[in-house]
Design a protein around this ligand. Structure first.
Ligand SMILES: *[C@@H]1O[C@H](CO)[C@@H](O)[C@H](O)[C@H]1NC(C)=O
Ligand SMILES: *[C@@H]1O[C@H](CO)[C@@H](O)[C@H](O)[C@H]1NC(C)=O
Ligand SMILES: *[C@@H]1O[C@H](CO)[C@@H](O)[C@H](O)[C@H]1NC(C)=O
Length: 537
């Protein structure tokens, strides 16, 4: 199921680690590099100890805890970062536990040798990015928060789902050696990250859960109760849950009556709570953008499609050019018209897909959306890494471009089509609804070769769950099918754009999503795709 890398590409990945500049969570392939880094560090420590060296007990514990990573009989180590909880815990181990243990060594080079000089561990920004990603997945896939804390990814039914709906455990990670449970400090940390991003909804959920766990258990490693109380109270206050806030500030005041902040807050909350009379407060998820519910619903459909065979699809052999006479395309029709959406099965080979992925890794940079969005917009809307492959880069690229030409009947020569855009999505990486054709202000900037007529979206990997391409207006979810291509048309023959081609990339829930896009332009294809007899043809 998963993308496995040969030893040589592992080395390549490890090189990337040194240059990634802190954005590990933005592409799953970088996270795989971190799995390798951890296993190499652990191996170095174990070797050092075997040769009689002494290391602090904490370092020894870390090294032994990850011994399974270098055991070839175990499950694919990369699957650790395909699970968002595993990815978060890995980043945390490296950013906190390993980093702190290494700091206590007077001569780290003695233990780690050359590895130490190139070592770049993930930053706090990576850890925050992971936490935010997990909270985004929690929403889109309606994940059970309690089960996340227990290390399980379970998609809950929604109130309006049919009776037949069952909660789906998406990640039955078999034979897992590392515990994926979150500690109460992790739960609290999620609340703090949400609060610091002014995401009051998730702050309320995770801080309230922190308090609930503290109330239910005696914990040895509990966060400071007053800190938890006040953070949750501040959050409730901003959400206008004044009675809830009042109660929490009062409890905090009982713990420490000398704190002037709590005292003044109590007076405020009392005042507002009285104003609200019998108003009953409920935590509501904010409406971030129009159409979100539909998008999320289709993303969940996409997960179910990954898990079961799809029924009632129309399939046929398709021979768009002589190239396909002997081996016709196995075409699945997902939407007949407005827009046409097809899935071409087995359109690339395993080795071609591997070559496309491998070539992309050294070229990767953080994907940006067209437009001048700030850093946050990039993080939240498009967490992925992008590389462009031109036909002259490699014979495989040229061969695939020609195949796109034969399959679509449109020219993919330079100037009539864009280079292949290869993307590896990161944790929670998604792409919110957009059209591929250009409109408005973007037209003049991007349209010198004409607008985008068709999108040829190659799936260069499969995933265990999530990552579907969804078309919310026409209610279609295209699941990820390894080595296939989703092909959809953004323009009619008449030259009119197709607004129904609005689509989005759902975040990956489990796995590493690799795609390659080829966009074909109008210019150079006027004779290949002339106007039809009627405007809507
Ligand atoms: C559930 O259905 C009810 C009645 O059909 C509707 O009023 C409500 O908005 C729906 N809720 C959601 C979350 O779709
Ligand atoms: C994984 O666990 C199952 C039972 O839970 C066992 O049958 C299987 O042999 C195990 N696989 C490995 C690789 O340990
Ligand atoms: C807070 O936690 C309690 C106990 O688990 C739960 O009953 C309550 O619904 C939670 N409130 C919110 C707003 O999450």
């Amino acid at each position: 199921m998963s993308v496995r890398f040969s030893v040589s590409s592992l080395v390549l990945t490890a090189c990337m680690v040194a240059f990634a500049g802190g954005d590990f969570f933005s592409a799953t392939v970088h996270m795989e590099g971190l799995v390798w880094v951890e296993s190499e560090m652990a191996r170095a420590v174990r070797n050092y100890v075997r040769l009689g060296g002494l290391v602090p007990p904490e370092l020894q514990r870390l090294a032994e805890g990850t011994a399974w990573l270098s055991d070839p009989t175990q499950v694919d180590p990369n699957s650790l970062v395909y699970n968002p909880i595993g990815a978060y815990l890995l980043i945390k181990r490296l950013n906190q536990e390993w980093a702190n243990a290494i700091k206590t060594l007077p001569q780290p080079q003695e233990v780690f040798g050359e590895l130490y000089d190139e070592l770049q561990l993930p930053s706090l920004a990576d850890l925050e990015g992971c936490a935010l990603a997990l909270m985004r997945l929690q929403d889109v896939y309606n994940l059970d928060m309690r089960r996340i804390i227990d290390g399980e990814i379970v998609m809950k039914c929604r109130p309006n789902d049919t009776d037949a709906c069952h909660d789906v455990n998406v990640a039955e990670l078999k034979n897992r050696t590392l515990p994926l449970k979150l500690s109460i400090l992790d739960v609290f940390y999620f609340g703090i990250v949400a609060q610091s991003h002014n995401d009051l909804y998730h702050a309320a959920l995770w801080l309230n859960e922190t308090l609930a766990i503290m109330n239910a258990n005696q914990c040895d490693m509990c966060p400071d109760r007053r800190d938890v109380l006040e953070r949750l109270a501040d959050t409730y206050s901003k959400l206008r849950n004044h009675r809830g806030a009042l109660q929490l500030y009062s409890e905090s005041y009982r713990i420490d009556p000398t704190n002037p902040y709590t005292k003044s807050r109590i007076l405020d909350e009392e005042y507002y709570a009285n104003l609200q009379g019998s108003y009953v407060w409920q935590l509501q998820r904010p409406d971030d953008w129009e159409g979100r519910d539909k998008y999320e619903e289709l993303c969940r459909v996409g997960v179910l499609q990954n898990r079961a065979l799809r029924s009632s699809v129309s399939c046929r052999y398709f021979r768009p050019s002589p190239y396909f006479y002997l081996g016709p395309i196995k075409m699945e029709v997902l939407h007949e018209t407005n827009p046409v959406i097809h899935l071409f099965h087995d359109i690339v080979s395993e080795s071609e897909a591997a070559r496309m992925r491998e070539m992309a890794i050294p070229k990767f940079h953080r994907s940006v959306v067209v437009g001048d969005d700030g850093g946050d917009a990039i993080i939240l809307n498009r967490v992925s890494e992008t590389a462009w492959h031109f036909d002259y880069d490699d014979p495989v690229v040229a061969k695939l471009s020609r195949r796109v030409d034969y399959a679509t009947g449109l020219s993919t020569a330079e100037g009539t089509a864009e280079a292949f855009q290869v993307v590896n999505y990161g944790l929670g990486g998604q792409y919110i609804p957009h059209t591929d054709y250009f409109e408005g202000d973007h037209v003049t900037r991007h349209i010198q070769n004409g607008n985008r007529v068709v999108t040829f979206l190659l799936y260069l990997s499969d995933v265990d769950a999530g990552g579907a391409t969804v078309f919310p207006i026409v209610d279609v979810a295209v699941p990820i099918v390894r080595n296939s291509a989703a092909v959809f048309w953004s323009m009619e023959r008449s030259g009119a754009v197709v607004p129904n081609s609005l689509h989005a990339g759902c975040p990956v829930l489990i796995g590493s999503k690799w795609i390659a896009n080829k966009w074909i332009r109008e210019h150079g294809n006027e004779f290949r795709r002339p106007c039809g007899l009627t405007p809507d043809e």
